[in-house]
Design a protein around this ligand. Structure first.
Ligand code: AMP
Ligand code: MG
Length: 424
């Protein structure tokens, strides 16, 4: 393989341009959690269906109570949730009413039971006046038929499911969740459950990438390990393209003698968009498209494969499922140590965050070699350093947070004045 080495921004742009949305399907709302709405969901009914009480108490005519400290009304009926009123409410009358029960005709307000006292067998004494319409949920006040309940692009969580269910949207149009195939390549690899022979290592990229796909909202399809042979690699690549909407491979894309992945992609009909990017880690990143399916050839070093996944594949999977960006928060911090990038390549540094007063302090999480996965496992975030750039202690730094628990911490911290600067 050959090709011009790209700048990171250009590579990102090319991936974004070549990555399609997933097809839209109509599914049961019960199965829609975590999916993204592809078309506006429209209410099929009035919510609430009738004007109803928001309190346990008495339905009244506010005019009956106007300007009075105490009013005795005749209780003519009792209305439970699910009942229909037996009769309209006449002047001087009240209806005992429960939360969610429909108001009788003529009633315009509800007084809560706490400000009332039963008076004889058929009476109630109410303290004070009532504000017109108080404790009444008006018919259709939340939704009317045809009103947009949720806009396209909404990520469906529990509250959205409740809202859609109340509006009668029991089926919704969502983007299908992308299936993303993962292929580890390399003669040195054995499945993680096995004891590696001399000179061999466990396949750690396979399980790590499957987990990252899951975190990005895709469905991982684990293709296992292909040996460094053209035939085996090609077979596995074909299987991935058959079974999934996107293919991610690890290793075998550099210029080693046994790097067959690029050739296998070409033989399987993948059109190369780029190969090699001015970045560290992950210079030999390959990206192509086969029948509209994005294909990522990630480098084999464990840190490279995951950092490159974070930078390119995660946003692509999110785009496919109907979202935008990487879905990461950024924090404004200050360098607590020197942070230096590679002289000619954009560098992603794995960093740890710590609080100091009302500021986040950031320092490298440890050795930055692209095989040192422990530094990535410990890291809270990534800092992007321009080619040749050196950040000195005290310099402002933007950190892309890659671990959710830091954010939880941040939410507490946020109230004390530190700023969350953006989400991308
Ligand atoms: P390569 O891109 O094939 O030159 O691999 C680069 C480095 O990553 C080598 O040290 C490989 O042993 C290592 N490596 C490749 N694939 C994996 C994997 N699936 N799990 C862990 N390490 C890997
Ligand atoms: Mg290799």
């Amino acid at each position: 393989m050959s090709g011009k080495m790209l700048e990171v921004d250009e590579a990102r742009r090319l991936v974004a341009a070549a990555t399609p949305r997933m097809p839209i399907e109509e599914i049961s709302l019960a199965a829609a959690r975590g999916l993204v709405l592809a078309r506006a969901a429209r209410a099929r009914a009035l919510v609430p269906p009738l004007s109803c009480s928001a309190m346990d108490g008495y339905a009244v005519r506010a005019a009956d109570l106007a300007g009075r400290e105490r009013t005795r009304l005749r209780v003519t009926q009792e209305i439970m949730a699910g009942d229909l009123p037996a009769a309209p409410l006449a002047k001087g009358e009240a209806a005992r009413i429960m939360t969610g029960a429909p108001l009788p005709q003529g009633a315009d307000s509800v007084v809560m039971v706490e400000v009332t006292a039963a008076d004889g067998a058929d009476g109630v004494v109410i303290q004070g006046p009532a504000k017109l319409g108080q404790h009444v949920r008006q018919q259709g006040e939340d939704l009317t038929p045809g009103a947009a309940v949720l806009a396209p692009g909404a990520l469906i969580g529990s509250a959205a499911i409740g809202l859609l269910a109340s509006a009668g949207c029991s089926r919704v149009a969502v983007y299908r969740r992308p299936r993303v195939a993962v292929l580890a390549t390399g003669n040195e690899l054995v499945p993680m459950e096995q004891e590696p022979g001399t000179g061999c290592i466990r396949n750690s990229n396979g399980p790590a990438l499957c987990a990252a796909i899951h975190e990005a909202g895709g469905i991982p399809v684990d293709l296992g390990i292909a040996r460094d042979e053209p035939g085996a690699t090609l077979d596995a690549v074909r299987r991935g393209l058959d079974e999934a909407d996107c293919l991610v491979t690890s290793a075998g894309v550099s210029v080693g003698d046994r790097d067959f992945v690029g050739d296998a992609f070409a033989a399987a009909g993948v059109e190369r968009v780029f190969w090699r990017v001015k970045q560290k880690p992950g210079k030999p990143l390959y990206f192509g498209v086969a029948a509209g399916k994005p294909v990522f050839g990630l480098p084999g070093n464990p840190v490279s494969s995951l950092v490159i996944f974070e930078q390119y594949v995660r946003p692509a999977i999110r785009w496919m499922r109907g979202l935008e960006g990487a879905g990461r928060q950024w924090l404004q911090a200050r360098a607590a140590a020197r942070i230096a990038g590679a002289p000619k390549r954009l560098t992603w540094i794995r960093v740890e965050l710590a609080r100091e007063g009302d500021q986040w302090r950031v320092r490298p999480a440890g050795a930055q070699g692209s095989s040192v996965l422990a530094t990535l496992a410990r890291a809270h975030g990534l800092v992007t350093v321009a080619p040749g750039e050196v950040l000195e202690p005290g310099d402002p730094v933007e950190v892309r947070v890659i671990r959710d628990e830091v954010l939880l911490d941040h939410q507490r911290f946020h109230s004390s004045g530190a700023k969350r600067i953006k989400t991308v």
